[in-house]
Structure formats: structure tokens, C-alpha cells
Design a protein around this ligand. Structure first.
Ligand SMILES: [Zn+2]
Ligand SMILES: [Zn+2]
Length: 737
């Protein structure tokens, strides 16, 4: 019997049921007929963090991807959307540490093994929450292909990648000044630093010149340096000036006495010095500033490590300062300098403080032992692929972001001193390490002078160095981005690699072009010998109505789940796409979601009308017959002008939508479908049809409704499927486009 349609569409009663109905269709299969035979279409979901909770950025990404996936599935492509989650090293470790803290336990109390077990437990319990949220939005991912970046098969790939790079000579250990988070106890990459504007002081400090008989200059008994971090002067190794700076022309090569430490240090000339900063003369602290470490390398300056990994002063800072926190040391250094009459002046100063993107703590640049990936050759490959057009970045202006980054890219510090992640496949000789454990303090977990290590997939049975120790695996883990760089292929089955590598398009946000996209490109080229995706779509950013960044912690975020609850998933998908015109940032307006709900109701009413008009030949699925008849075509002479007009418009619309989707113009496509359905179909044709009693009009109504549902399905899948199910009987998700 004909199933009566309720007066209003009820997303809550419908969505879950429809989602279950869909699931068998998410696996790749070729539906439809010959037109797309043999063609494949694949997208990889940017793996959300297991700590993640759905935000508007996800909602946008998922909606765009789902439109493409559903569209190509209906067009008969063998289509798959690969989902998964990221272990998100620091983020996850922090969440678990915070929970433990509530019980008064630190990770150190538990030790590494027990702690990582806790993290796995946490992952089992909460790690899939985000997956459930994606389902609520209607994401048609093939969940049987869900990966996790620490799955065994994935981990094998990570090891393989590390070993491969090592064998190519791309991986090396080095002492580098890295940005260190004293709170998270790990180094951070340049891209994980968040700069926050801070009001501070600029201290002008006088460094006494050592007298020089031949060129004694009046009133120049000092050289004045300006700094925002006076405490680091305890570790100064030089004063630097720009060689073009006429003010200091006669001073380069001279020496000054470093106050407090009473150490003689040289004045060097280096082009990295900005003449406009402070006095144009800067102090150089090679062990505690990244730029200074480079100056230090060029001038072969010694490194004085005066701050340790906990953000406290070391013995090398002097016994008056040892053990103080940096800010306490700052006060004491300034007081001491004032006492010596060596503070010239103190100015208010605004600068960008480097902070940890995860916990917000001020970062401490520290000299430490780390593992690096040489970028030169990999960057070259990436540049070539992008410049030659093998990878297209859309919109084009983001190509420059990637190229600029790759052109001046530094070697990638890939080691992290946390416990949650892929441990390096590196094994140290215990005996040899102990011999040289005279290091003052160890920031990294190993000692770089202990070069007795092997890189291997498994722990060697016998130590190749001393022959009798139980080798110890490196305690460092890899930067999370090292593993997510392998996402387009790691852990995929051989068959999937054959069918779906490269994937069709990558859809992502602009803030991870360098962190993630660039690295996937060179990883793909390196390991699969082919680009991982021919196109990258960088989508818009959703901002608040006022144009501010949406942020949970700032209270400016909008919870997509709340919107789904209130308006239904289709309405929010509609609202997002409706506002996404081109790549301009979206100033979020909930009115578009309200409009989406209204449109869903309109569509529902259209369907009810059509159902009421037809349903003669097949009472169970009233429109099925109409659909079959029109495919045989009503002879042209039987059509009235209004029929020809609406059918022509419908055909033309279909072609335009195909073009728009191909060009990733989703917003304009939705606007066009909306206008057609609301105005041409409902306002005009349906109104006209009310005066007609012929059979043709019923057939045409069915046909128009069927085509409209198809066009709309990728955008608002739930309601279109529900109507189709009731009126046509078969699954719209795999209906031939
Ligand atoms: Zn931190
Ligand atoms: Zn050994």
C-alpha cells in the first residue's frame, strides 16, 4: 500500500534509519552502466585527531567531500572515500595527562609502558567519537576501510619510510636549537608554533668595550645591545652588527666584556642582523635562539647552555642563577646590571611571543639532540611536481604558499620527546652509550656523541658494537606529521593501492598546506613514485558572523552537532554550501541553515503533491511508472509548450551542475538547483499542472521530481533518499545520475 507522507519532514525520525540503509553502498562498486566503466574515484578523509570533536571546519570538509563522492558514485565510478583517524601525538598525550592529573598521577609516575597503555585505553573508549559525528553529517565513507595512524600495518609503513630515508642519507642526528615546550617537554616544529602578541620591555644593555690603543673612540666605551630577554645574556657568545651598518664600522673585530659573566666576546659582522632593531647591535646567544645559532655556526662561536629543558637556569649560567626559572633570572640579571650601571634604558615593547600551539606555554629555544630529515632533494621533487602541473592546487593562489615554503624549507626536525607515537626504529648500544654519558644534561633522550646506533625494523639480536648488550630502542617518537604524510597509501591493501592510488582529489584547509599537503606530496613521490593526488582543493574557512576565527576556547565556535539536532543534517549541509561561494571565507550566518530547513520542507511538500497527483499504475511506488514512461519518451507532439520549457530547463540545469561540480563550484550549483526547484518547478509548473488532467502531466511531474532528487542528493542526501524511497522504491544513493 501507498505510504502516506506525513505533513512535515522529520529529520530526527529519518536520518539514522536512512544512514543504516545506505551503509552497504559505501564500499566501492561500479554502479550504473558503461559510461564510466573502469573509472575510479577516491578521496582520503583528512584524518581527524582521535581527541577531535566535530567543528565547522570538519563539517565543511566532509560536506564538500561527500558531495563529490556521492556524485561520482551515482555517475558510475568505482568510488571510495577512505576514512580514519590520527593518533595526534602531543594532543592525545596531553588529554590523557590532564585526566591523570585529576587523580594526582603524572606520566612519570606510571612510566612509559603503563602510560602508553592508558593512552590506548583512552583511544579505545573515546577515539571513535569523531567518527560517529561524521556519520551524523551523512558522510558516506567506507567504514570497513577505516585506518588509524598507529595500526600495525600503518606502523610498518612508518618504519619503512624512516629506514628508507636513512638509507638514502636523508636522516641525520644533529644538535640544533629547537623550539622547546617546557610544559609538554618536547620540541616543536616551526609550524607548531603559535605567535601571540605580548607587551614586554626592551632592555638596552651596555657591554663594555675592551680598550684598543690604536682606535680609541671617544664616548664609545660601550656597545649597546637591545634585547627582550636579558637573562639570556649569561649565555652570550658575541655581539653582532650588520656589515653595512656605518655606526659600527670600526668596531667589528673588537671585543667586549660580557657583564656579570666577565667573559670576553667578539663583535662580529653578520648580514642576518637587522639594522633597524634596537641599536642595530644585538647580543648573540647561540644555544638559545634559532637565528643566533645560525650566526654562531657562521662565526664558529661556542654554545653556552644556560637554560635547561624544564625552563630553569643551569650551572653554566653561574651559581647566582642556577636553578632559577628564566623569569626569576631575568629580574636578577636586570637588577645586577642596574647595580653595575649598565642599563642604558628600558622601553615598552610589543612583540610576538612564540608559544606552544598545544598548551600555550612560552617556548624556550634550546640546543638539543634531534633527528632531522634533509629536505633539499625532497623539496626539489615537490617543487617540480607542482610547477609542472602534475599537482594542481585550487585556488591557484595557494600554490604560491606551498612553493614559497618549499623553496626556503629548512631540514625537518622529525623527533619528539613524548611517549605517544611511533618510536624511532633506532637501537643504541647500551655499553657505548654509558661510556660517554658525561653530558651535562640531556634534552633529547639520547646523547648525540653516542653514535653507536643502528637503524632497523626490529631490534637486532646481537649488538653490532659491543656484541653483548641488550640494545635499547630510541625513546624519541616521530613527529605526528611524519606518519600522516604517508596517509594516501600507508596501510592500504595492495588491491586498493592498485585501484585508488593516486586518489582523485585532496580536500583540506589552508593552514595545513605546509604541515601536511607538501609532505604528502614528497612522500608519495618518494614511496609510490607518483603524486598522491592530481588536485588539491583548499576550501574556505568558516568564520563567525563578525569575521572572527571560530574557536572553542574563545567561545566563538559553533557546534555543528547542535545545529544537526535543531535543524537536521541536510539543513546544515545546505547552510554550509549555500554560503560557500568561491573560496572566499564564510561569515557564518545561521539564517542559511534555517533556509535549508525551509527548503527541505518545500521539497517535501512538492513530493507530497506529486504523490497525490499520481500513484495510479503502481500504488506502492507511484512515481516508478512515470519514470519508466518518460524514458520511452512521450512523443513530442503530445507535449505542451510549458512541458517542453520545463523539461528543457531541467536538462540544461543538469549540464550546468555537472560543470559546476567539476570546477568545485558547489555554492553556485546549489543556488541554481534551489532556484529551479522553488521557482520553475514549484511556483510555475506545479501551479500550471493543477489545471490539467492529462496523463502526460503526471509523468512529467514524476520525471521532474526524480531528476531534482538526483541533482540534490549529493547536497542534501537524507531527505532526497527518503522521498525517493517512498515514491520510487529504489536506492537513490546508487541511482544512475
Ligand atoms: Zn606545550
Ligand atoms: Zn652494545
Amino acid at each position: 500500500m501507498k505510504e502516506e507522507m506525513s505533513p512535515a519532514y522529520d529529520p530526527k525520525a529519518t536520518e539514522e534509519k536512512i544512514y543504516k540503509f545506505w551503509e552497504p553502498y559505501f564500499a566501492p562498486m561500479a554502479v550504473g552502466t558503461t559510461k564510466s566503466k573502469g573509472k575510479t574515484y577516491a578521496i582520503h578523509l583528512p584524518p581527524p585527531n582521535i581527541t577531535g570533536s566535530l567543528h565547522m571546519g570538519h563539517a565543511l570538509n566532509v560536506t564538500l567531500s561527500d558531495i563529490l563522492i556521492r556524485y561520482h558514485r551515482m555517475r558510475g565510478y568505482k568510488t571510495v572515500w577512505f576514512p580514519g583517524t590520527d593518533h595526534a601525538g602531543i594532543a592525545t598525550q596531553n588529554v590523557v595527562e590532564k585526566n591523570l592529573k585529576k587523580e594526582g598521577i603524572s606520566r612519570w609516575d606510571l612510566g612509559r609502558e603503563k602510560f602508553t597503555k592508558k593512552v590506548w585505553e583512552w583511544k579505545e573508549k573515546y577515539g571513535d567519537i569523531i567518527i560517529g559525528q561524521l556519520k551524523k553529517l551523512g558522510a558516506s565513507c567506507d567504514w570497513s576501510r577505516t585506518r588509524f595512524t598507529m595500526d600495525p600495518a600503518y606502523a610498518e609503513w612508518v618504519k619503512k619510510a624512516f629506514i628508507h630515508y636513512y638509507e638514502q642519507g636523508f636522516i641525520y642526528r644533529g644538535k640544533r636549537v629547537v623550539s622547546w615546550c617546557p610544559r609538554c617537554q618536547t620540541s616543536l616544529s616551526d609550524l607548531e608554533i603559535e605567535y601571540k602578541e605580548e607587551s614586554t620591555k626592551l632592555w638596552y644593555i651596555k657591554y663594555p668595550l675592551i680598550s684598543n690603543q690604536e682606535s680609541r673612540i671617544r664616548n664609545q666605551e660601550y656597545i649597546i645591545v637591545a634585547t627582550t630577554r636579558p637573562e639570556t645574556m649569561l649565555g652570550d657568545a658575541a655581539v653582532a652588527v650588520n656589515p653595512d651598518d656605518k655606526r659600527y664600522k670600526n668596531l667589528t673585530g673588537r671585543k667586549v666584556v660580557l657583564p656579570i659573566q666577565n667573559r670576553e666576546i667578539p663583535i662580529v659582522a653578520d648580514r642576518a642582523v637587522e639594522m633597524s632593531f634596537g641599536t642595530g647591535a644585538v647580543k648573540v646567544t647561540p644555544a638559545h635562539d634559532i637565528l643566533d645559532s645560525e650566526i654562531g655556526e657562521r662565526h664558529k662561536l661556542p654554545q653556552f647552555q644556560i637554560i635547561n629543558e624544564r625552563g630553569k637556569m643551569t650551572a653554566e649560567a653561574g651559581k647566582d642563577f642556577e636553578g632559577l626559572k628564566t623569569l626569576e633570572a631575568r629580574e636578577r640579571v636586570v637588577a645586577e646590571l642596574e647595580k653595575l650601571g649598565l642599563i642604558e634604558k628600558i622601553e615598552d615593547y610589543k612583540h610576538n611571543l612564540a608559544t606552544c600551539y598545544r598548551c600555550g606555554a612560552a617556548l624556550e629555544p634550546l640546543l638539543s639532540d634531534q633527528w632531522f630529515l634533509k629536505m633539499e632533494k625532497l623539496a626539489e621533487k615537490t617543487l617540480k611536481a607542482v610547477k609542472s602541473g602534475k599537482i594542481k592546487i585550487i585556488p591557484e593562489n595557494f600554490e604560491k604558499v606551498l612553493l614559497d615554503w618549499m623553496e626556503k624549507v629548512r631540514d625537518w626536525c622529525i623527533s619528539r620527546q613524548i611517549w605517544w607515537g611511533h618510536q624511532l626504529p633506532v637501537y643504541f648500544c647500551k655499553n657505548k652509550q654509558e661510556e660517554i654519558s658525561n653530558f651535562k644534561f640531556q634534552i633529547s633522550n639520547e646523547n648525540s656523541s653516542a653514535e653507536k646506533y643502528v637503524v632497523a625494523a626490529e631490534k637486532p639480536k646481537q649488538c653490532p658494537f659491543c656484541k653483548n648488550c641488550d640494545m635499547k630502542q630510541s625513546e624519541d617518537v616521530l613527529d605526528t606529521w611524519f606518519s600522516s604524510a604517508l596517509w594516501p597509501f600507508a596501510g592500504l591493501s595492495q588491491n586498493d593501492l592498485k585501484d585508488f592510488y593516486p586518489s582523485s582529489v585532496l580536500i583540506t584547509a589552508r593552514d595545513i598546506i605546509n604541515l601536511w599537503v607538501a609532505r604528502m606530496i614528497f612522500s608519495g613521490l618518494e614511496f609510490m613514485k607518483e603524486v598522491p593526488f592530481p588536485e588539491t582543493l583548499i576550501h574556505a574557512t568558516i568564520l563567525t558572523k563578525e569575521g572572527k576565527r571560530m574557536s572553542k576556547s574563545l567561545g566563538t565556535g559553533i557546534d555543528p552537532l547542535g545545529l544537526i539536532e535543531k535543524y537536521g543534517a541536510d539543513a546544515i549541509r545546505f547552510g554550509i554550501i549555500w554560503q560557500t561561494m568561491g573560496t572566499q571565507d564564510v561569515h557564518w550566518d545561521e539564517a542559511a541553515v534555517v533556509a535549508g530547513r525551509k527548503f527541505a520542507n518545500k521539497l517535501w511538500n512538492i513530493a507530497r503533491f506529486v504523490q497525490g497527483q499520481t500513484g495510479i499504475s503502481n500504488p506502492e511506488f507511484p512515481c516508478l511508472a512515470g519514470r519508466q514512461v518518460i524514458s520511452k519518451q512521450i512523443s513530442n507532439s503530445e507535449l505542451q509548450d510549458e512541458d517542453r520549457e520545463i523539461l528543457g530547463k531541467s536538462e540544461k540545469l543538469k549540464t550546468e551542475i555537472e560543470k559546476d561540480i567539476k570546477n568545485y563550484e558547489f555554492g553556485p550549483a546549489l543556488h541554481k538547483i534551489y532556484d529551479f526547484i522553488w521557482h520553475d518547478f514549484a511556483d510555475q509548473y506545479i501551479e500550471l499542472s493543477k489545471n490539467r488532467t492529462d496523463e502526460n502531466v503526471k509523468i512529467i511531474l514524476c520525471h521532474l521530481l526524480g531528476d531534482s532528487l538526483k541533482l540534490l542528493h549529493p547536497f542534501i542526501p537524507f531527505i532526497t533518499e527518503e522521498i525517493h524511497r517512498r515514491l520510487f522504491g529504489n536506492a537513490l544513493i546508487v541511482e544512475q545520475w
